[in-house]
Design a binder for this molecule. Structure first.
Ligand code: ADP
Ligand code: MG
Length: 299
């Protein structure tokens, strides 16, 4: 990797000594996003898929904590666990066995999402859980009519009850993920600040473009979220710099730092905003919620 400027302050026009604006990790001036106004009415929801075919990049962590942070803003949020690993369900402490799951809703046209929706300990944040059964869905959906549109059909039944629906995708670009992209208005791509982060993103963007052409003309890229950032390492800063070079303004200003508080919160089965409300990581997800509201990606 080409070694670029060691610190951001070397960028032209942003000399700290010249008392220029203080820069955030993405190289743009740090700013606070305003507290969002309360909503006068609720729904229909904007549907956002959290997508990256690479595992361990922060899709589930972001679905949980962004969901909780948006819910704190008085928005009604439904999080869909769309990964057979069920990590979103576990992280929010909801039942995954002997309950109706997203898999049941995909396979049965008579089941209602209200049979599957579970409340969480966070007011305004509900979940439709998943478990390992969902791994059989790809096989079952292959022979279905309009197999890419089945999740969209399920979500149509609840879209008026929520302001935001977040879909936590599994790490693949198979039929389930294509279903999520077909149902969604927007895509959020979490990207870890690690060396191979950009590998595969071109394929993901190409998949989104194909879905836009063939199945879902409204879909748009809401943003790329840098996760697991470690400001102390040059490596992390360089990766982020490359991501910004490649994607420009599509990289969200909010950056999520690496901290063990996230795994700790998962073990406690609660969002970080409840587990450690004053921690920097909670503030980062609240900032992300405000940024997405300011950008119009969330009501
Ligand atoms: P994905 O859903 O993309 O596979 P996860 O959200 O499950 O990724 O994250 C993978 C692992 O990394 C989990 O153990 C999670 O707790 C941890 N993790 C996620 N975000 C962070 C972060 N910002 N700092 C430290 N650990 C994180
Ligand atoms: Mg996950």
């Amino acid at each position: 990797m080409a070694r670029k400027s060691e610190t951001r302050t070397e960028l032209p026009g942003f000399d700290e000594a010249a008392s220029g604006p203080r820069l955030g990790p993405t190289g743009r001036a740090l700013r606070e996003f305003a507290d969002p106004k309360p909503l006068k009415s609720h729904g229909p929801a904007r549907i956002i898929a959290l997508c990256n075919q690479k595992g361990g990049v922060g899709k589930t962590t972001t679905s949980i904590n962004l969901g909780a942070a948006i819910a704190e803003c008085g928005r009604r949020v439904l999080a869909i666990d769309f990964d057979p690993q069920g990590a979103l369900s576990a992280g929010l402490g909801v039942q995954t066995h002997d309950v109706t799951t997203i898999y049941d809703l995909l396979l049965s046209r008579t089941k209602s999402p209200s049979d599957a929706i579970q409340h969480t300990s966070v007011p305004n944040l509900d979940v439709i859980p998943a478990n390992i059964d969902l791994s059989a869905a790809e096989v079952h959906l292959v022979n279905e009519v309009a197999r890419e549109q089945i999740l969209a059909g399920v979500l149509r039944k609840v879209v008026n009850d929520y302001d935001v629906i977040l879909i936590d995708c599994q790490p693949s670009l198979g039929i389930l993920t294509v279903n999520a992209l077909t149902a969604a208005h927007g895509v959020l791509i979490p990207l870890e600040c690690e060396f191979f982060a950009l590998r595969g993103v071109a394929l993901l963007v190409e998949t989104i473009e194909k879905v836009k052409d063939r199945l879902n003309p409204v879909i748009e890229l809401d943003g790329i979220l840098a996760t697991m950032y470690d400001s102390r390492t040059l490596h992390s800063r360089e990766v982020l710099e490359r991501v910004v070079d490649a994607f420009g303004d599509r990289v969200l200003e909010t950056v999520i730092s690496r901290t063990v508080k996230f795994p700790d919160a998962s073990v406690a089965a609660m969002p970080i905003t409840q587990f450690a409300p004053e921690h920097q990581a909670s503030k980062a997800y609240r900032q992300l919620a405000r940024e997405l509201i300011a950008r119009g990606a969330v009501a």
